[in-house]
Design a protein around this ligand. Structure first.
Ligand code: ATP
Ligand code: MG
Length: 473
């Protein structure tokens, strides 16, 4: 793509120049010549008329002498740089500005016939063979009592006319050249405002394509080009972010897989080489099993998250009673609650609270939230579960009075692999993926999840679900 745009513009520019020249040379020349000829003819005709109505008429009436008429014709001929004649209708030359009067031996214009002019008051040619080159001739009749007695003719050299035309055309050519040069300004504008920025943008995209996503976009302007550049820069920035994210996730996954694998490997090696005696096997097998549990959970969570992302999550929505689901999920935690002597307090609105959502996914959400609440609660504490109906939505809250989340960590808890420092000691098995899965599910429903937490006091997660319109079901 290198130089084609520029080349195309140059070609367009040259075409413009060439066509301009052709137009000026053909049309302008024709038009100018016609116009000048017409003007000259009119001017000569006026002179011819004056002479025919005054001098020629008086001559025919014998009121003036041939010599004085000849003098008048001569002076007009000099003034107009023309040749003037008075002819009889038969073609007999009465007076001619080019020759002295010769009464005894008058010359004749052979074939002279004014009807041949066909209504036009001028003609261009050799005028019945009188001239060797082309002349512009006009004729004004001399009339006496309705009869044409003769003609006053004024001839003007066509070549003189042409040289005037050429002179005027020279001005046109100069103007055209000036215009052509001025239009170079467009070329300069194009180069500076479009071509150069485009090249810079292309260079930047090449850098991006080569993987250098942090290459600074060298174009900043307030027009469409600037917008294009900004969009590309934004795209590169987002790609870079995605790349960072990807690296971060891979690093986290590797780390989370490595630690349990290292400990499993360590214990099994110790068993094999006898460092751990057989009577202690049960204890260490328990630890190994725990670690494998954690690996299975991590793998499952990663798979869930991946599916949520790639398919944009396909929800199987149905109408179900959220209160009943909460009771069922809570019952699965009876064992761990008993262990930590934690009491679950349910304050559920209504007998039956129907929502329209994906049952399995919402079960998972509840499971993740209650699991966290128990994990991060102190012994002998209370966890409150509440459902409320508001604005045709159902709000579900899971509230504990556990360790809480440090203020600076609150915005991060929904991030993948995020675990707050204070929680690490309490929960070694956590993958840090539970809440990000939860958030993805709620968001797929077009709903929201929020967290309110105070370190050392407790945490509350509230999410919304659409209330099912029972009458519609
Ligand atoms: P997993 O859910 O895979 O077992 P996890 O519980 O550590 O791992 P998340 O559920 O995503 O991961 O929670 C992320 C972090 O948010 C937790 O590690 C913890 O630091 C904090 N957190 C979540 N819920 C609570 C809570 N109820 N009280 C205090 N901290 C919490
Ligand atoms: Mg969790």
């Amino acid at each position: 793509m290198k130089k084609t745009l520029y080349l195309k513009l140059i070609i367009a520019y040259l075409i413009f120049g060439v066509f301009g020249l052709i137009v000026v040379v053909t049309f302008m020349q024709q038009m100018t010549e016609n116009r000048l000829r017409q003007n000259k003819a009119e001017e000569l005709y006026r002179v011819a008329t004056v002479l025919s109505e005054e001098d020629a008429l008086r001559l025919y009436k014998n009121e003036t002498s041939l010599a004085s008429v000849k003098e008048r014709l001569d002076s007009y001929a000099r003034m107009l740089d023309a040749r003037l004649q008075i002819l009889n209708p038969s073609g007999l030359v009465v007076v001619d500005s080019a020759f002295p009067v010769d009464v005894d031996n008058p010359s004749t214009v052979e074939g002279f016939d004014m009807t041949m002019l066909n209504g036009s008051f001028f003609s261009v040619g050799n005028f019945y063979g009188q001239f060797k080159e082309d002349w512009l001739s006009v004729a004004a009749p001399v009339t006496m009592g309705y009869a044409v007695r003769g003609y006053v003719l004024v001839h003007y050299r066509a070549s003189a006319l042409r040289s005037t035309t050429n002179h005027l055309l020279d001005i046109d050519y100069i103007l055209l050249l000036v215009l052509f040069l001025l239009s170079l300004i467009i070329l300069i504008f194009f180069t500076e405002l479009i071509y150069m920025p485009l090249r810079r943008i292309i260079h930047a995209t090449e850098e991006y394509a080569a993987g250098n996503l942090r290459y600074p976009m060298p174009v900043e302007s307030d027009d469409e080009i600037g917008y294009l550049a900004a969009s590309l820069a934004y795209m590169a920035q987002e790609l870079a972010k995605g790349e960072d994210n990807q690296k971060h996730i891979v690093a986290n996954v590797s780390h989370d897989f490595r630690s349990p694998l290292t400990s499993i490997n360590g214990y099994l090696t110790a068993m094999q080489d006898g460092t751990i005696p057989p009577e202690q096997y049960p204890k260490y097998l328990d630890i190994v099993l725990n670690e494998t549990d954690r690996l299975i959970k991590l793998t499952n969570n990663l798979l869930t998250l991946n599916n949520l992302n790639t398919q944009g999550m396909i929800l199987e929505k149905s109408v179900f009673d959220i209160n009943a689901v909460i009771r069922r999920v809570v019952s699965t935690f009876e064992g761990s609650c008993r262990e930590k002597r934690i009491a679950m307090e349910l304050s559920l609105t209504g007998e039956n609270l129907p929502v329209k959502a994906d049952l399995t996914r919402i079960q998972q959400v509840l499971y993740n939230l209650i699991d966290n609440a128990i994990k991060f609660s102190h012994h002998n504490s209370v966890i409150k579960l509440e459902t409320r109906e508001k604005y045709s939505k159902v709000f579900v809250s899971v509230k504990d009075s556990g360790i809480g989340i440090p203020k600076e960590s609150v915005p991060l808890v929904f991030n993948r692999f995020y675990k707050s420092d204070i929680s690490r000691g309490k929960d070694k098995k956590g993958t840090g993926l539970g809440l990000s899965i939860t958030k993805e599910i709620i968001r797929a429903h077009g709903e929201n999840i929020n967290v309110i937490s105070t370190e050392g006091v407790g945490t509350e997660f509230i999410f919304s679900l659409p209330l099912a319109d029972e009458s519609a079901e």
